[in-house]
Write a protein that binds this ligand. Structure first.
Ligand SMILES: C[S@@+](CC[C@H](N)C(=O)[O-])C[C@H]1O[C@@H](n2cnc3c(N)ncnc32)[C@H](O)[C@@H]1O
Length: 237
């Protein structure tokens, strides 16, 4: 498992604070309401991580959170004790019930092949009630992918983390790109250490997204969101 979601999972709030997800959560919530035939009440998030999205969306939905990483689930349970949490893989997890809406945000890019992406979509479909909706928010689609760098991080008064994120696509002919992270961690005693983490992420074209969503049973549409990202809504009609 990636360092960020295993040995460094407890540092997630230093990497990404809940407040950083508010603007996006404020856009996803009305999208989900508009796409559902009746106002959605229950929301399943797959790849819910440290629960930053949920910390905002739980004001509007009764939320069930699924993630592969026990460490990330522990962070989310502390932030969102009122939400249900399950450990599971978005490709295979089956909770045995349906939800008004299903949401996969910045975890869907860990689906690096078309069969894996299709499996995650199928999981969303089998957990969606008729009339419900699923929202998928990949970081990139093939048509608009651009290499780049970013940085961030926080302090908690004792420890601190800063990161450099470097995104590039070494082979434009495959379905993946690379995000290299360098983390600089300052411990409580003032010492610092550096960690490197390579995330391999999935890259698919718009039509591939729409076709896979159709194949699993959704009526899909693509939208360009406020950040210029291509995101996908699948309706179970
Ligand atoms: C960027 S984090 C998500 C952060 C989250 N949006 C939040 O609000 O805190 C990506 C998450 O995807 C999870 N993940 C990666 N592959 C997964 C899979 N196959 N099934 C479920 N979760 C997965 C990781 O464990 C990680 O917690």
């Amino acid at each position: 498992m990636l360092k960020l979601y295993s040995e460094l999972a407890a540092c997630w709030p230093l990497f990404s604070a809940p407040a950083e997800y508010k603007e996006e959560a404020d856009c996803f919530q009305p999208l989900l309401f508009e796409a559902c035939k009746t106002p959605p009440r229950t929301l399943l998030e797959l790849g819910s991580g440290g629960g930053n999205n949920a910390s905002h969306l739980k004001a509007h939905f009764q939320m069930t959170l699924v993630d592969l990483s026990p460490g990330m689930l522990a962070v989310s349970r502390a932030l969102n004790p009122e939400c249900e949490h399950f450990e599971g893989d978005m490709r295979t997890v089956r909770l045995g019930r349906v939800f008004d809406a299903v949401f996969i945000h910045d975890a869907i890019m860990y689906m690096t092949s078309a069969p894996d992406l299709r499996s995650a979509m199928e999981t969303a479909f089998v957990h969606c009630r008729p009339g419900g909706v699923a929202l998928f928010v990949p970081d990139h689609v093939r048509e608009t992918f651009t290499p780049g760098t970013d940085h961030g991080g926080h302090d908690d008064g004792h420890r601190g983390l800063r990161y450099l994120e470097w995104t590039y696509d070494p082979d434009p002919n495959d379905t993946t790109y690379v995000v290299d992270f360098a983390y600089l961690l300052r411990e409580t005693d003032g010492r610092t250490r550096v960690e490197h983490d390579r995330h391999i992420e999935g890259l698919f074209g718009r039509e591939e997204w729409l076709q896979l969503l159709r194949e699993v049973g959704f009526q899909p549409r693509g939208i360009v969101d406020a950040w210029g990202r291509d995101i996908f809504v699948g309706v179970f009609s």
